[in-house]
Write a protein that binds this ligand. Structure first.
Ligand code: FES
Ligand SMILES: [Fe+2]
Length: 419
C-alpha cells in the first residue's frame, strides 16, 4: 500500500470488521491521519466531485471558487467558452491565486504575492523579475516554466452541473454515475436553464461523513424532523423506495407525498414528531405543483463522495460537502429556479427555500445531529456504529425503512480508501 508521507499506513489506522458494511468503526470520524488519507484517496482519488453550476460562470472569462476536499479550486469559462478547473495554489510558494469567490473578465491569474502569472489552462506565463534587475539576479537560464503549471482537473458537465476529478483513472462522468443516476438527473433538470435563487453556507460541528450519512439516512426524516411528519410531507408510509447504480456507490431515495395511507406507526402519540391536531396557519408555505410525471415529491440523490441533488416538493438544489478537518465541515446549498418557470412557480420555489438550509423547517435539525454524534463518540476509538436496518447489503430497496444507502457510502469509501 502506497504511503502518504508522515501518515501511518491505513491498515494500521483502520480496523474494519471483515467484509462488513453494517458496522462502521467510530474512530474514522475523529482521526487526523485517516482524514489525510481521505484527502488523497477519496477527494483526489478516482471520484467525481461537484464543482459548480454552469450558470455561475455564464460568460467567457467568468470564474468562481470552490473546493474539492481541502483543495481550493478555480472553476472558469475560457475565452473560447470551455469550462476548466485549476487548483487555486500558486506553484511558486503556494499562495492562493484568487480570493474573491467569483469574478468576470479574468483572462489570466496573477498571484498576489510575487506576481507569477498563469493562463486559463494553468500554464505559467510570466515571472516578475525573471531576468533579474539591471542584469543581476533573476531565475537561472535553464528554468523551465512549462514544468510549473497549475494542477488541472478533468472536467465534465451534466445538465448544467460541473464535476471535476484529479484522477486519470476515474471513468467518464456518466459511466461513473451509472444509468439510473443519469436518468434521475435528466428527469430533475430536464434541460431547463438554471437560475440561482439562493445559497446557504452552513458550517457544521461534525465530520464530513456524518453529514453525508445523514443525507443518505432514509428513516430519520419522520423521526428527527417534526415538520416533515406533522405536516405529512415525508412519511415512510408514503410510496417510495431507494434506487442505486451498479456498484452501489450512489443512491436515490424518493417518496410520493400524496400516496400516504397513514400507517399505524404514525398514530398520534406513537412518534415524538406526531401531534394529532397540528396544522399550518399559512398552508401556502408548502403549496406545490406536481412538477414531474412520476409523482415523486421528495427525492434526494447522493453521488459519492460528497454531492446531493435535492428535490423537496418544488425546492430543487444542490448540496456540496466540504470537509474542514476531522470535526467540522461546510455544507454549501444552492437552490435554483429555471428560466422556463412561470412567475407563480418561481414564487413557490422561493417560499419553499424556507424548508432547507441551516434554518430550514425540515433541515435545521440535520445541522445539529451530526454535532451530537461527534460529541457522543469522543474517545470511543474501539466502538462501532450499527447500520443494519434493511439488512447488510447496499442494494436498492422498495422501502425507506432501511440504511442501505449509508452502507452504499461505506462500500464506496472502503473501495476508494483500499480498506
Ligand atoms: S507565492 Fe505566488 S508568486 Fe510567490
Ligand atoms: Fe434530515
Amino acid at each position: 500500500m502506497a504511503r502518504t508521507p508522515g501518515v501511518r499506513p491505513l491498515d494500521q489506522l483502520i480496523r474494519w470488521p471483515e467484509a462488513d458494511l453494517a458496522r462502521v468503526p467510530l474512530h474514522i470520524y475523529n482521526d487526523p491521519e485517516i482524514y489525510a488519507w481521505e484527502q488523497a484517496r477519496v477527494f483526489r482519488g478516482p471520484t467525481w466531485s461537484f464543482l459548480a453550476l454552469e450558470c455561475e460562470i455564464p460568460k467567457p472569462n467568468d470564474y468562481c471558487l470552490t473546493k474539492v476536499g481541502d483543495t481550493p479550486v478555480i472553476v472558469l469559462r475560457t475565452a473560447e467558452g470551455a469550462v476548466h478547473a485549476l487548483v487555486n495554489r500558486c506553484t511558486h510558494k503556494g499562495s492562493v491565486l484568487c480570493y474573491d469567490s467569483r469574478g468576470e473578465n479574468k483572462r489570466s491569474f496573477v498571484c498576489p504575492y510575487h506576481a507569477w502569472t498563469f493562463d486559463q489552462s494553468g500554464e505559467l506565463k510570466g515571472i516578475a523579475f525573471e531576468k533579474g534587475v539591471g542584469g543581476l539576479g533573476g531565475m537561472p537560464e535553464g528554468f523551465d516554466k512549462t514544468k510549473h503549471a497549475l494542477t488541472r482537473l478533468r472536467v465534465e458537465t451534466i445538465e448544467g452541473m460541473v464535476f471535476g476529478t484529479f484522477s486519470n483513472q476515474t471513468p467518464p462522468l456518466e459511466q461513473y454515475l451509472g444509468a439510473p443516476m443519469v436518468a434521475h438527473i435528466r428527469r430533475t433538470i430536464r434541460g431547463r436553464t438554471m437560475q440561482i435563487i439562493g445559497r446557504y453556507n452552513h458550517i457544521m460541528p461534525s465530520n464530513w461523513k456524518l453529514y453525508i450519512e445523514n443525507s443518505r439516512d432514509t428513516h430519520h426524516p419522520s423521526l428527527l424532523h417534526a415538520f416533515f411528519a406533522t405536516f405529512k410531507l415525508n412519511r415512510l408510509s408514503a410510496e417510495g423506495g431507494i434506487r442505486h447504480d451498479a456498484r452501489n456507490w450512489h443512491h436515490l431515495v424518493f417518496a410520493k407525498r400524496h400516496t400516504d395511507q397513514g400507517h399505524e406507526e404514525y398514530s398520534p402519540g406513537k412518534l415524538r414528531t406526531m401531534k394529532a391536531d397540528f396544522g399550518l396557519n399559512d398552508p401556502s408555505l408548502i403549496a406545490q405543483w406536481m412538477e414531474f410525471d412520476d409523482n415523486i415529491t421528495n427525492a434526494l440523490q447522493s453521488i459519492y463522495p460528497g454531492f446531493v441533488l435535492q428535490q423537496i416538493l418544488n425546492s430543487i438544489g444542490t448540496r456540496q460537502i466540504i470537509p474542514r478537518g476531522t470535526d467540522e465541515c461546510e455544507l454549501v446549498w444552492t437552490v435554483v429556479a429555471f428560466e422556463e418557470d412561470t412567475p407563480e412557480q418561481r414564487a413557490i420555489r422561493i417560499k419553499q427555500s424556507n424548508l432547507v438550509g441551516p434554518h430550514g423547517y425540515v433541515s435545521m435539525e440535520d445541522g445539529a445531529i451530526g454535532g451530537f454524534v461527534q460529541q457522543g463518540i469522543k474517545g470511543d476509538r474501539d466502538k462501532q456504529a450499527v447500520v443494519e436496518m434493511g439488512g447488510s447489503t447496499a442494494d436498492g430497496q422498495p422501502t425507506r425503512a432501511s440504511e442501505t444507502s449509508v452502507r452504499g457510502f461505506y462500500k464506496a469509501y472502503r473501495e476508494t480508501m483500499g480498506i
